[in-house]
Design a protein around this ligand. Structure first.
Ligand SMILES: Cc1cc2nc3c(=O)[nH]c(=O)nc-3n(C[C@H](O)[C@H](O)[C@H](O)COP(=O)(O)O)c2cc1C
Length: 167
């Protein structure tokens, strides 16, 4: 990437190196869902973060190159599911091409948003704002409903799923 203006610097690292370094930040794993005119849609995402308690705001970042991007950019409501240790299969399923919902049971939440069960926490959100984030969009959600359960979380570190005390 070349610098184009005053003060810009040419990175002395490749995208691969940046990815690897970012991957050393251990995260939880979420599945973000929404209802579209074509049916339920989900995507595995670890860009989830808390933003604000009052008002209650969270964020996640869909990639602009994703086939799912237009639907998530336009979604007025969505749900963020923080996966439990036993839900690696869901994480794998919702990171593959397609909507991910074939054969998956779900309930209807706010705005008909598909809700998955068995997660550590779930945040039902209304789209509050979208901010530029390079090749991603930073989607801020106002949390309208919260669900939580005492289950161990699924974690992701250096490109692999793991659990607390493992990996
Ligand atoms: C652990 C994990 C975290 C991910 N986090 C994100 C994310 O935050 N944002 C995103 O757009 N894609 C993320 N992805 C990629 C998507 O899950 C999915 O693989 C990708 O959107 C597939 O491309 P498609 O949507 O064009 O089919 C993540 C994948 C994995 C396995």
């Amino acid at each position: 990437m070349a610098g184009t203006g005053t003060g810009e610097r040419v990175p002395d690292f490749s995208e691969r190196v940046l990815r690897d370094a970012l991957g050393r930040f251990a995260t939880g794993v979420t599945v973000v869902t929404t209802m579209t005119p074509r049916g339920p849609l989900g995507i595995t995402a670890n860009s989830f973060a808390s933003v604000s308690l009052a008002p209650p705001l969270v964020l996640w970042s869909p990639a602009r190159k994703s086939r799912r991007f237009p639907a998530f950019e336009a979604a007025p409501f969505f749900a963020i599911h923080v996966l439990s240790a036993g839900q690696q299969g869901l994480a794998e399923r919702f990171s593959l091409p397609g909507d991910g919902f074939a054969g998956v049971e779900f309930a209807a939440g706010l705005g008909e948003t598909p809700l998955l069960s068995g997660c550590v926490a779930r945040f039902e959100c209304r789209h509050a704002a979208g901010h530029p984030g390079g090749d991603h969009l930073i989607v801020v959600g106002e949390v309208l409903r919260v669900h939580q359960a005492d289950l161990p979380p699924l974690l992701y570190h250096r490109g692999a799923y793991c659990g607390l005390g493992g990996g």
